[in-house]
Design a protein around this ligand. Sequence first.
Ligand code: AMP
Length: 395
Amino acid sequence: MKKTVRDIDTKGKKVIVRCDFNVPQDKEGKITDDIRITSALPTISYLIEQGAKVILMSHLGRPDGEANMKYTLKPVADRLSELLGKRVLFISAPEVVNEEVSQAAAGLSDGGVMLLENVRFRKEETKNGAAFSKELADLAEIFVNDAFGTAHRAHSSTAGVADYLPAVSGFLIEKEVKFLGNAVEAPERPFVAIMGGAKVADKILVIENLLTKVDTLIIGGGMAFTFLKAMGYEIGKSILDAENIGLAADLMKKAEAKGVKLVLPTDVIAAMEFSNDVEIREFDSNRIPQEWMGLDIGEKSIALFRDELKNAKTVIWNGPVGAFEMSNFAKGTIEVAKALAEIDAVTIIGGGDSAAAVEQFGLADKMTHISTGGGASLEFLEGKELPGIAVLEDK
Ligand code: AMP
């Protein structure tokens, strides 16, 4: 177990907190979804209440080590001020830390809050450069990591800074570790995983790890076709990860050897083009005609998946089961989300597209936990230790 902000005394202390404020913005820089900011509020508010001097930092987009004002965190500082109902001091320093910033940090009052400029304005950030880590650390007395979305990266602001300061987690990381960790290590059974998304290659390690844990593995989405191909099925021009057909066959063998039930779509909704404006037809998944590509699971598969989920007690879902961005191919993903919303089980949505889908369908509050980190939750489910968590002190 890692220490959290609850386990240390922060009163009157300067606390530097790594948040994930990598918010989506429109062309004018207006924030289009502030969930990443609101997710960070419990930790920030707690530190304010404790009387800490709060120094926040984050990256935003990919400025590639240059002070490109398109990626300034100013809009985040403004939104955060509104949400907290108090001033958030923001100095748009191109070098992130400079004399003015250091003085402002030193001059914070108890319960005061400031936000640093985008840490990726500095080239050293993504290289975990020691000098930059030290500059950040010198602003504070305690490091809190609450950025689960970047915890799988060893950067100056996520890991390096912990070389110089006592380091603990915020509430968001605590919650992610609790739900993702418990689900994988001590699940109530039956434990079912649903994997979807475009490519098998991205999720091989997750599947391998989950095969040692789950009772049932449901595979949908684009990646199902590589498995169907490995079974000798005709998949038409459905998306295929040709290099990984052998691997899919191995994974199926592994599942069998471990007694894990592997469930694949038995039918698909198909089109001749990757488009929402063309004719659609339903085919059995073992004979998709040459010119057609499967873009969603069909009705029989929906019923099959629902049946597998009905009695589950723990479910992890990562990746849509169809090209859900197009309405013609969204039904399978909607039905999976609904099935999860209905069952009496711990339901965990592993970030990225499936999290977006659940939000889009208005079912987010029906899930036990929606991970805020796409890549990070995948690496967690692969069984890897994330660098931004590894550096935190143990209880
Ligand atoms: P990933 O980022 O790997 O989770 O993949 C998500 C993407 O997979 C989404 O953008 C979906 O549109 C896409 N996807 C899901 N099912 C299919 C499919 N049958 N064919 C092509 N793309 C798909």
